[in-house]
Structure formats: C-alpha cells, structure tokens
Ligand binder design. Structure first.
Ligand SMILES: [Zn+2]
Ligand SMILES: [Zn+2]
Length: 423
C-alpha cells in the first residue's frame, strides 16, 4: 500500500488512524491535536485561574498519567500559572496498588511534581485487601468507590488544595451517563455530565479535563509519548452493571466511533432539561458546577478507579498491538477496526416539559456526617456507614453489589438490620 500523507500537515506519512474520527495522521500531528483539544476543553470551560494549586488524582494508570503529562505541557506552553501536585490513594491492594504507586513515584520525579499518598488504612483503619477478606469479592468496588472519593478530598485538604482533577475520560463519562439513563436517574445523569463537580460544604472542587478524550486516544498518546504508566488491572472485579454499560459502549464504538462523544453530548443536552433545583447544578462564572452529595458517583468515581475497567482486556490488546506494530515499524499502523464514519451528530433533544422531567425527584440537602465531619446528605456519611458494618460484622455480610443506586437511608437500615442479626 502506498504511504498515505498526514491529513493535517500533508507532508509526513500518516501512521495513526484517530479512533475518534478515523482521520489519518502523523505522530506529531496526533500529539499536537490531542493536546490542543484538551487545551480547548480547559479554556472554553474556564477550568483554571492563574495561581491555582491543582492536585492530580494519580493512580499510575494511563488516564491519570496522560493527564499529568498533558497538564504539565499545557501549563508550560500556555502559561496557565498552575501549581501542580500528584495525589495518590493507597487502597491497600497487594500486587496492584503497591506496584502502581511505584509508577506514581517515578512520575513525580519525571514531571517534577510533589507527591502526596493517602492510605485507606490510615484514614479508615481498613485496607481493601482486609475489606475483601471480610465481605468477599462481591460488592467490594462499592466500598472502594465511597472510600476513594472521601480520601481524595481529604488528601487535597491536607495539601491545602481546593481543586482535584481526575483522569476520567469520554468513555468513562459516556458509561456513567448510560448507567444513569438505564436507572432512570435524571438528576444524577445531569450531574455526571458536568465537567466540574463540587459541593457546598467542602471547598474542594473536582473536574475531569479529559472528559472529551477517547480512552483509545489516551492509550495512543501514552504510547507515542513513551509515558511511564502501570497497565495492570485491579485484582478485584468491577461492579456488574458498570461492566455491562462499559461493554455496551465499546461495542457501539466499534460500529460507530462517534458514539462515545454522541452519548456525552446527549447527556449534556438532557442535563439542560433537568431543572437546577433538582440537580443541584448551579452556574458559577461561565461553568456549570455540579453540587453533588459527597458520596455520590457523579464523577464516575464509584467503582474502580480509572486504571482498571476496560472490558474484555481491549485496552491491553491495544497496548500489545501498539508494541507489535512498533516492532514492525515502517508499515502503516492501524489501530481500530474500520467501520462507517458518520461524523459527529449531536443528539436532538425533544422539548419535554419541565413537569415530566422533574417527576419524583428529591432535592439533596447537604450537611456534615455526625461521625467523621465529612460532608454528607445524610446524618452519617456512606463511608462511616460502610465502616460501621465492617467493624460490627466480622462474618461475611451480604450487601447488594450496587448500593450506590440506593438511598443512603435504605443502606443504613440494611446495615443496622445485619448488625442486629449478627449481634
Ligand atoms: Zn502531520
Ligand atoms: Zn462519616
């Protein structure tokens, strides 16, 4: 096959087919456009202000490593004036997190960023290995998600930082939107589309600058920039419902690459139809800030971190293929299965009445947890409820896998019931 010139510079040879739109690009143009798009996301949402101290939630995985690398590059190139830190959570999973933390420690050197590590054991008195020993493998992701969310917040406070960025990518956001759509949870769906989430009692904001970046492009970027990241998946299995949503997104992407962005944009359009008093979304400067309960999963952080949820090892396959292709350098690298490219279609949202949309929705009021003082929409925060259950119930207790779906009060009743039964 004759060499194809890059669609952007027209001079270099195209070596990459962009997963997002199947454009054929040279390596330099791919890296440039990937960075330019993230810069565009950051500037159009007015995500940062000069002088901001930003903690990057760093797992050592591809998403957060690419986020750290790109933020460092853009911060220097465009003089954002940011002070960047790495913030890692040690869940206490032997053979997984201990190894990935070694990667983060190297990243801290490579990117010249201070690193702070916060452990579940020091915060909660439990490692995830101990949690799994107690409750079994089923449902452990729920514990991990609730604990991680709080841990990131607390870690940021220890650093005196008010903004945590996470490596959630477009695939993650699409998956969360789909899950909330399938659950019929419009308020949560609306919150999950917002680039910034935060809450009124904690002044730590969270955002996802890679919200529009495809997971496959993140892998490509990491590969071509030769970034040092950890690619082993979490040893504990993810929540079944999230796994199914992920598989669905991936199969749709194979047929129609624009699906991922289309789902994200549809979610954003649907969010506009949900009244602010229902979602808790408030306008702050030019950006939407989602005021969420501290223990929700609006940012998709419930369940495993961004480092371990590819379905059927697809990303691992892609990494292997990239390495093979590199070995056989000189020929054109085709990464994706080619299918029809439909361009990007924005979902049109029919004008539903506010009444229809707002049915049976309750507003969340925020307070603080009576036990740990962390912000919560309930008297006792989810982490404390889970811990109470863990501490009381040595024998295996049955908690539904997807407790994130339930109202906290239901969960508390369940745990109390279990405690009674056990005691
Ligand atoms: Zn080029
Ligand atoms: Zn608490």
């Amino acid at each position: 096959m004759a060499p194809v010139p890059c669609a952007i510079c027209k001079t270099s040879r195209a070596l990459i087919i962009r997963p997002k739109n199947h454009q054929k690009l040279c390596k330099a143009c791919f890296i440039a456009i990937f960075e330019a798009e993230i810069h565009h996301t950051i500037t159009t949402t007015a995500l940062f202000s000069p002088g901001d101290r930003i903690a990057i939630g760093a797992s050592g995985g591809k998403d957060s490593t690419v986020l750290a690398s790109v933020l460092k590059t853009l911060n220097e190139r465009y003089n954002y004036g940011l002070e960047l830190f790495l913030l890692s959570i040690d869940e206490g999973i032997k053979g997984y997190r201990d190894d990935s933390l070694e990667t983060v420690k190297r990243n801290a050197q490579q990117y010249d960023m201070p690193l702070k590590i916060v452990g579940y054991d020091e915060l909660y008195g439990w490692t995830m290995d101990q949690v799994v020993e107690t409750i079994g493998k089923k449902g452990n992701c729920t514990y991990c998600g609730v604990f991680r969310r709080q841990a990131l917040d607390r870690g940021a406070k220890m650093l005196g930082i008010k903004h945590v960025v996470t490596g959630h990518n477009a695939d993650d956001v699409a998956e969360t939107i789909l899950m909330n759509l399938l659950r019929g949870d419009l308020p949560r769906l609306a919150r999950s589309t917002s680039i910034v989430t935060g809450d009124s009692t904690s002044d730590v904001r969270r955002s996802k600058p890679l919200k529009y970046a495809y997971e496959k492009e993140i892998v490509l970027y990491a590969h071509h920039k030769k970034l040092d990241y950890f690619s082993t998946e979490c040893l504990y299995s993810p929540e079944a419902f999230r796994g199914s949503a992920r598989t669905l997104i991936k199969s749709l992407e194979r047929v129609r690459p624009s699906t991922i962005l289309d789902v994200v944009r549809s979610g954003e359009d649907m969010a506009k139809l949900v009244p602010a008093e229902v979602t808790g979304l408030s306008q702050c400067k030019s950006q939407k800030v989602s005021l969420s309960s501290a223990d929700g999963e609006e940012d998709g952080s419930a369940g495993c971190g961004s480092n371990g949820r590819s379905s059927g090892g697809e990303m691992a396959d892609m990494e292997r293929k990239l390495q093979d292709d590199e070995a056989a350098s000189g020929r054109e690298i085709e990464i994706t299965t080619v299918s029809s490219t439909n361009g990007q279609q924005h979902a049109r949202v029919a004008g539903k009445s506010r009444k229809e949309v707002g049915r049976k929705l309750t507003r969340q009021t925020l307070g603080t947890c009576k036990q740990c003082g962390y912000m919560s929409s309930q008297d006792i925060c989810k982490a404390c409820m889970l811990l109470e259950g863990l501490n009381k119930n040595r024998p295996k207790m049955e908690i539904e896998v997807d407790v994130e779906d339930e109202e906290s009060s239901t969960l508390r009743r369940k745990i109390e019931g279990l405690a009674l039964a056990a005691g």
